[in-house]
Design a protein around this ligand. Structure first.
Ligand SMILES: Cc1ncc(COP(=O)(O)O)c(C=O)c1O
Length: 381
């Protein structure tokens, strides 16, 4: 009964691994990509009040008007970007739904999409589920996992319909300066393709302010900007995201969304309005992530697991080169022998077999203990 298309796409490498972890209560999990913070109280309180007031019906398919307006206002304030809340913003079930919608909207069978790698697990899977063909733009440790313009130019010659990339990035934490983004934008503007930028970690940056891709010169109308509340506001379970872009594409996405989803849960949307006003809560979480980042990058490098000092998100992408061990073997043994869970690099692209992703969205005490265990484990290799 299952279509060939669906059969062909493998399950997420992360989920399979973490189903194993769920049955092991002693484990320190540095695996799944979600904040260890509970959603700030001010945000939860709004959702509770909405329930108490009986706000339980559908919203507009586009999403709650107040939320679209607040997003529009926030993008203008942060990035001088103007999106019309009526025509150019769609509220989705996380960035996950937005990604699926945009690919469903633009792809015909065999259309090519560049995916910058190592990539978030869903990108190639969703391209393939929507019958597209993935062109991988693989970045290396030597390139600090940033897009190499020569490789980009080469892939652009294959006439892709779109490119998807994400910064600050999962799994590497890498982000880009304005100058670097401008150089990428210059290349992309030479071709007629849609740029899909997933900026869901935009709030979690440690050095320079995040520069949103559509805010670069000439980019606004070529970009579908995806963002959401899961990471910065620690709202993974609320499931709210959004897509912004040219009205024709957003309206086509809306059409699918209105048949498949109707609308995002109403109380989650109400909570999200409040999240856009909770800057202080976000700042205090980011301060703590930075303290952990500094600790983890220093310690992992001390142990010989080469780890670039990334300036965003909450991940270390560490090389196992020195220990001559594959990521999957490393992760399995570390889990079984020392009760620490990390994700094999191969989950983020076939060539990243000799890496692991280590999330530091865990308490400082857990991170310290994890380092003690990893050090003990490495001595056995
Ligand atoms: C890069 C990236 N995009 C999208 C998502 C999914 O986000 P959401 O919870 O908004 O669906 C994740 C979650 O890990 C992610 O890392």
């Amino acid at each position: 009964m299952i279509s060939k298309r669906v059969e062909k796409v493998p399950h997420s490498g992360i989920r399979a691994f973490f189903d194993l972890v769920l049955g092991m209560p002693e484990v320190i999990s540095l695996g799944v990509g979600e904040p260890d913070f509970i959603t700030p109280w001010r945000i939860r309180e709004k959702a509770i009040t909405a329930l108490e007031e009986g706000i339980t019906s559908y919203t507009s398919n586009k999403g709650l008007k107040a939320l679209r307006q607040e997003i529009s206002y926030s993008l203008e304030k942060k990035h001088s970007l103007r999106y019309d809340p009526e025509e150019e913003i769609l509220i989705t079930v996380g960035v996950s739904e937005a990604l699926d919608l945009v690919l469903r909207t633009i792809l015909d069978p065999k259309d090519k999409v560049i995916v910058v790698s190592p990539h978030y697990v869903a990108y190639p899977a969703l391209v393939e589920l929507n019958m597209g063909h993935v062109l991988y733009l693989e970045t290396t440790l030597e390139e600090k996992f940033k897009i190499n313009l020569t490789k980009l130019k080469r892939l652009l010659k294959e006439n892709p319909k779109a490119i998807i990339f994400n910064y600050p990035a999962n799994p590497t934490g890498v982000t880009y300066s304005r100058k670097e983004l401008e150089a990428i934008a210059k290349e992309l503007s030479k071709k007629d393709l849609l740029v899909i930028t997933d900026e869901v970690y935009e709030d979690i940056v440690y050095k320079e302010k995040h520069v949103s891709f559509p805010s670069l010169k000439g980019m606004r109308d070529r970009v579908i900007l995806l963002n959401g509340f899961s990471k910065g506001s620690a709202m993974t379970g609320f499931r709210v995201g959004y897509a912004c872009g040219a009205p024709r594409i957003i309206q086509a996405m809306m059409k699918i969304h209105s048949f498949a989803i109707m609308c995002v849960p109403t109380i989650s949307q109400i909570a999200a309005v409040q999240a856009l006003r909770a800057e202080k809560d976000i700042q205090s979480m980011v301060k703590e992530y930075k303290r952990r980042r500094d600790f983890m990058v220093k310690e992992l490098n001390r142990l010989g697991l080469i780890t670039p000092r990334a300036e965003g998100a909450f991940y270390c992408f560490s090389s196992l080169e020195k220990y001559k061990v594959k990521g999957l073997d490393f992760a399995k043994r570390l889990l079984m022998e020392e009760n620490v869970a990390v994700v094999p690099g191969s989950a983020f692209g076939a060539r990243y077999d000799s890496f692991v992703r280590i999330s530091y969205a865990s308490s400082f005490d857990d991170l310290k203990e994890a380092i003690v265990r990893i050090e003990r484990f490495l001595k056995k290799l």
